[in-house]
Design a protein around this ligand. Structure first.
Ligand SMILES: [Fe+2]
Length: 241
């Protein structure tokens, strides 16, 4: 990884909504057989209106991440890529596949707790394993921002309200890595990752400068009072299955 300096790196990180990463993609065929995982085997996320295939989560003890053998053992190539390209270079976090049926919509939401909105980046790593990358949109006051159709892992800001309508004619599978992975603006490894990504993909960078949050953004938190009842924790799911 080259260390090119970027004058406004703090601003790039703080305002980041979307940026592709200059790391390798998961290998071809790494989710072969995934269609055999039926809806009843997955965890339904009512808040985001999508299904989840948990690959590595802290279901026994909070913040202690463990593989979920019944799912990750089906995808050894993906597991190797996660270990070699993501966890060692980027960090270790809960890892899930978000599953959205054709023509279905993931509800508008924010992937951050209300009390982490100020001062915590809430950056998340995503990779679209199957489907259209550009079906993800960020919602702002006056319009929506569509992300470009670039086949690379990317960082998105979980604090910016977003939604997704799957226009692909098959299920959309999105690899999602988040908490307790929590990159910080002071983390040298993360600064290098963003520097490398921005050096290559600055033309595709989407930042929040000049766009405003929608009026109802506070209602899109999972821990907003009305949404709390929708939360199903992973521990219950794993223990039931
Ligand atoms: Fe999300």
């Amino acid at each position: 990884m080259k260390n090119i300096s970027i004058d406004n790196l703090n601003e790039v990180i703080e305002n980041l909504i979307y940026l592709p990463l200059n790391i390798s993609n998961p290998p071809e065929g790494c989710i072969d057989g995934i269609e055999e995982i039926t809806d009843d085997m997955m965890k339904w996320d009512e808040f985001r209106s999508c299904n989840l295939i948990p690959l590595a989560i802290d279901y026994r003890e909070k913040d202690v991440i463990e593989w979920v053998p019944k799912f990750i053992d089906k995808f050894p190539k993906l597991k190797t890529w996660l270990e070699q390209e993501v966890f060692t270079k980027v960090g270790f976090g809960r890892t899930l596949i978000i599953v959205t049926d054709p023509d279905e919509t993931n509800a508008p939401h924010i992937d951050a707790a209300q009390d982490t909105f100020v001062g915590i980046l809430n950056h998340k790593l995503r990779y679209v394993l199957q489907g259209n990358v550009s079906d993800l949109v960020f919602i702002s006051k006056d319009n929506t921002t569509v992300i470009p159709e670039i086949d690379k892992p990317y960082i998105m800001n979980g604090k910016w309200p977003h939604m997704m309508h799957n226009t692909y004619d098959k299920r959309k599978y999105t690899l999602a890595i988040g908490a307790p992975w929590e990159p910080s603006i002071d983390d040298e490894q993360y600064r290098n990752l963003i520097t490398d990504a921005y050096s290559k993909f600055n033309k595709n960078y989407i930042g929040s400068t000049g766009i405003e949050l929608p009026e109802n953004w506070k209602e899109m938190f999972e821990d907003y009072d009305k949404n709390k009842s929708n939360h199903v924790d992973a521990k219950n799911f794993i223990e039931k299955t």
